[in-house]
Structure formats: structure tokens, C-alpha cells
Write a protein that binds this ligand. Sequence first.
Ligand code: SF4
Length: 353
Amino acid sequence: MSEAVLEAVDVSKHFTVAGTVGSSQVVRAVEGASIRLRPGRITAVVGESGSGKTTLARMLARFYEPTSGEIILDGTPVRAGGDVEKAYRKDVQLIFQDPFGSLNPLHRVRHNLDRALRLHHRSGSKAEHEERMLALLERVSLSPARDYIDKFPHELSGGQRQRVVIARALAVEPRVLLGDEPISMLDVSIRLEMLNLLDRLCREDGLAMLYITHDIASARYLCDDIVVMYAGQMVEAGPKDEVISNPQHPYTKLLVESSPDPHRGVTGDRDEIFGTADDLGEPPSLIDPPDGCRFHPRCPFAMAQCRTEAPPRMQREDGHWSDCWLHPAGRADLLQTASMTALISRRTAEDPS
Ligand code: SF4
């Protein structure tokens, strides 16, 4: 497998709670996360709101400085203000969730593309510059490009706006694209087109791509690898088919079972297997996260050591890993159980709190 273009190595990000400067009260948004993005490969980071996936993307985009750990570009750690940081601005581009907020609403598409192009292609005639802008729009399937280049953002649909945002990101010829829920604000009818566009661009340009989403079904469609985050920590990762068809962490299994599947029914199995949402409770506070495994207050399999000790990593030969006590305890077969209702009931009986 090719070398990583961009890596996060054991990065954490803590935010001080407003009004508590000097105190120890912090939000532990991400802790001990590592990820490698390789050319021509798309990696999804999946998790619910508050899992830390957007914070991770923003550290990779250098919007946030990690509290600890390192961001590495082409094998060289990136430090604020260093030479590597200049290359970073060109090589790593972030696509936000809201395309309208990403474009200057007072300017036409032409202006929004022009600035990015001029920053990175200072030479060339006016005609060449115009040709580059039109080519960028054609690449993102805004065709014929002359129909779009002089429109204002409000004259475009949400999908067209997101295509302009992607065209602007491509203008600097990046090597890494970070997509922070890039399709979640678009109409359902055009999400598939957008996923196909991202896939095509990644394969054609050999881009390393990070795809942040709460929707494991779209991750399965688009990506090569999936990383699952829960409460600021990575809990499972590996090749997508392995993670989806053979989840090794109960939280991953919950995500998979919660995902609509025409062959399985929309939600029936989820409730059968994991109980109702009330059974599962809320995600934990990141100011005072649970000891041990952070999923233990919601996990139907939680054991005594899950409440006190962080689970060890179980690494498989195929690059698939998970952090869960079920594996060293020899109880991983529980994950194959078709119905866990009885286990949920037993947990409640053992620990009524
Ligand atoms: Fe559940 Fe324990 Fe595994 Fe955490 S470590 S997911 S609580 S079984």
C-alpha cells in the first residue's frame, strides 16, 4: 500500500469550557486519534454528533492546533508557521457541510474561483485563466460551464453550490480533500450524484480523501476504509467490507443495524437487537467522560472491567482493529448474536442504575 500523504498521530484536542480559564474543566473532544490518508484512497470517519469526527477533520485541516500529538504531511511534522505549513495550504483542502456558507454570496462563481486560481497560478494570460475556470466547472459536471460562471450563489441549487465549492478546492491542485459531511445538507435526490463525483475526482487525481459522516451507508458506498469514533475516541477501523459485515465493536454494530437496509427493514432489527433508544441512553459528557470504556453506560455487553479499564486494542491480520474487552474475554461471539434483548435485560437486572 502507498505511503500516507497526511497523517494524524495520536492527536488529542481539548477545549477549555468558557468562563473556566485556569481551571481544569475541559471538553475532551478528541483523544488519542491516529489516521493515515493515502493517495487514491477514501477513508470515512463515522460517528454520531459529538463523537469528535469534525474536530479531527479540523485538526487535519490545521484549523485547530492539536493539544497533543502530531499532524504529518509527507512524513514531516507540521508546525505552526513552518515551511511545511505553506505547502499545507495548497495540498490540503477542506469542504464544509454548508456550501452556501462556504461561498461569498456577494460575488459570482467567477470571483469565487478566481481568487483560488490566482493564489496558485500566478502566471498565464487572461484567456488561459478563463479557460482554467471553465475547465474546473466542467470537471465538477457544471456543464456547459458558461451557464454557471456568472451566476451568484443564490441562483444555484444546493448541489450546484457544493460543486462550485469542490471546483474551488480543486483550483489549487490539492493532494488531500477533507469532506466534512459534504452531502448532508443536500437533497437526498442528489446525494448519490455527489458521492459519485467525489469518487471520480479521487480516482482520477489520486487524491487522498477523508469523508466525515454520521451515515454509515454512504461511507460504505463511497469509501475504501472506515474508522468509527465514539465520544472522542476511535473504537474500530479497517477495510469497509470487514467493518460493515463483521463489526468487532458493539457501537459499530449499533451503527450498522441502525442504517436503513432494504433487505433488512428500516428499523425493526435495530430495536430487536439493541432495544429502544431509551434503553441505550445518551452519549456521555466529554467534560467528565466515563472511566474505562466510554461506551459502557450504553453497552448491553458491559462487564466489570469495562467500567474501570480502557479496553485493549484487538488487531486482526487484515488491518481491521477494535477496542473492546469482549475479545480478550473470549466473548466476541456475542457480537454474532441475532437478538440481544435478553442481554440488555440481564444488564439492567445486574445494574439497575
Ligand atoms: Fe461494551 Fe465493554 Fe466492549 Fe466497551 S469494552 S464496547 S462496554 S463490551
